[in-house]
Structure formats: structure tokens, C-alpha cells
Design a protein around this ligand. Sequence first.
Ligand code: PRP
Length: 185
Amino acid sequence: MKTDYNSIIEKVLIDEESLKKRIKQLAAKINEHYENEDSILLVGILRGSIFFLTELAKQLKIDCKIDFMDVSSYGDETYSSGNVRILKDLDTDVSGVDVLIVEDIIDTGNTLEYLAETLKHRGARTIKIVTLLDKPERREKVIKADWYGFKIPDEYVIGFGMDYQQLYRNLPYIAVLKREVYSNE
Ligand code: PRP
């Protein structure tokens, strides 16, 4: 099947060029921050962060390892349940490691609060957070990214890693999903 994007997209929120430009800027700040460290571990949170992580990692000049975790507080629901579960854990021991958590979006903050606590418990030397998008209006937890790409309003966004019912992650831009698409859930 081939979805007619005009029928589901309200508007393009962040186009490809703007994403590219902003990710370059974020990488420059991260390179500067870690310039004196031996190496860092990028922890990508599946699945939404993979597009952002690969673009960001290509711009990093510091040595970095990459690992992934899959956690879920949403399932296929639109709203966070607040109960975060690990679906896939890291293969890397983070004790003594400088960890950079890479997220696509911070919404309620439930996921990141849980992750940061978990990695701290495991003895990570430092934990920093970079997120492509930040939706501050929906925050339930006191969580702040060390670096963020764009602050966005409380809209349902898809593309560049973000899905609606597991679809549309592969759109090369970030778009607002029409309300009528998800309002009957
Ligand atoms: C999304 C996103 C974050 C989390 C943010 O993941 O990638 O991990 O929600 O929401 P929060 O701040 O309210 O916790 P999701 O569970 O939808 O999984 P996905 O990345 O596989 O789409």
C-alpha cells in the first residue's frame, strides 16, 4: 500500500534542510563538550531515535561507541502510561563510561527519567541527554535535555524516526499528523 501523505499530514513542521543544519550545530556543541574525553557511548533509544542518531553520529569527531536500548511506556497507545519497561537492554557495561543518551523526542519525560536513573545505578561516569525534539508542555517529570534540536508544540508528529502505529518513520522530514487520523482512538 502507498499512503497519500496529503491525506494524513496537516503540515510539514521541520523540513530536511532544517534538520540537517540543526543536527550539524548540535554535533558541534557535543564535539566541543567531549573534546577531552577518550571516548563516549551513544545510547540510542529504539526505535524512534535511529534516524537522528545516525545523522548525528556521522558529524561527531570524537571517538564513540554505539549501543541501543528499547523501552516502552506507550505500546501502540498515544499517551504514555508512565510505566517504563525494558524491552531490549544494552550489550555494553556502562560502569565508568561517559554516556550520551540519544532520543528523538521528550514528551512527558517518563522514559528519560527512568533511563537516566537506570544508567546512573549501573555506574555510568557521566550521563548527558540529546534530543531532537522537546515538547515541554507535556512534561510530567523534571527532565531537561543537555542539548535539544527543536522545541515543538503539543502536536502529534511523525517522520524522521517517529511513527503513527509503527508507520511513517521513514519520512525524511517531520510533519504534524492530522487530528482526524488519531482522534477516534
Ligand atoms: C517515544 C520516544 C521516546 C518516548 C518519549 O518512544 O521515542 O522514547 O516516547 O516519551 P516520554 O517523554 O513521554 O516518555 P515510543 O515509546 O513511542 O517508542 P518508539 O521510539 O519505538 O516509537
